[in-house]
Design a protein around this ligand. Structure first.
Ligand SMILES: CCCCCCCCCCCCCCCC(=O)SCCNC(=O)CCNC(=O)[C@H](O)C(C)(C)COP(=O)(O)OP(=O)(O)OC[C@H]1O[C@@H](n2cnc3c(N)ncnc32)[C@H](O)[C@@H]1OP(=O)(O)O
Length: 172
């Protein structure tokens, strides 16, 4: 699956908490490819409240983690979060259009390092880094049926495209 610049990233699966359209408790993130990363707008509301009027930090972390999962789709690499670190620089307010962005900054062997931000009116509220570790299909298939699209298709086509999308490996 090749996703071109500006094109939408398909959900990891319909019921994904971050991006699944069928999950009633989900964030319903809609990501687009941005270079070798992804971007998404997100408006949080009372369902996501922690302190009064403010977003729960775990929800913000989950959104960024899911964007990292979107980067994996761009790269064509099946991987999972091994470690996630979040710097909460300013409170995240409910009812604002937040801009989330994420990219892979480095990779070596099975490891990929991610970086992501949440901005509100161009001011960074939250910054996260993560280590993802590449896994095989059995990581997913041993817990659920992942044979069907889109998840199974992605795993089946797992590859390491070049940064320009030409097919040569860009992830090492
Ligand atoms: C074509 C395909 C596209 C489709 C794209 C599909 C997307 C698919 C995701 C969808 C969804 C996304 C949503 C958001 C992403 C989640 O939310 S993922 C869910 C949360 N994460 C998990 O459940 C992962 C649980 N943990 C594990 O399964 C295992 O611990 C891991 C992470 C696979 C690693 O285990 P392992 O395979 O045995 O590997 P291991 O030898 O322990 O570690 C490998 C290397 O990583 C290092 N490492 C491992 N853990 C850590 C750690 N916590 N800290 C530092 N280093 C670590 C090790 O030291 C080692 O380093 P080296 O010695 O190689 O230098």
């Amino acid at each position: 699956m090749t996703i071109r610049e500006g094109q939408s990233i398909p959900p990891h699966q319909d019921n994904c908490f971050g991006c699944g359209p069928r999950n009633p408790a989900g964030l319903h993130l809609r990501m687009q490819r941005n270079g070798m990363g992804v971007v998404a707008d997100l408006v949080l509301d009372e369902r996501h409240e922690g302190a009064p009027g403010l977003a729960h930090g775990g929800v913000v972390a989950a959104a960024l983690d899911d964007l990292f999962g979107g980067v994996l789709v761009v790269l064509g690499v099946p991987a999972v979060t091994a470690n996630l670190s979040v710097d909460y620089r300013a409170p995240v307010r409910l009812g604002r259009t937040l801009t989330l962005s994420a990219t892979c900054t480095r990779s070596a062997g099975r490891k990929l390092w991610m970086h992501g931000t949440v901005t509100d009116a161009n001011a960074i509220t939250t910054e996260a880094t993560a280590l993802f570790v590449r896994v095989g299909l059995e990581h997913f298939s041993s817990h659920a049926d992942v044979a069907g699209p889109p998840f199974g298709d992605w795993i089946g086509q797992a590859r390491t495209p070049s940064p320009d999308g030409s097919g040569a490996s860009g992830v090492r």
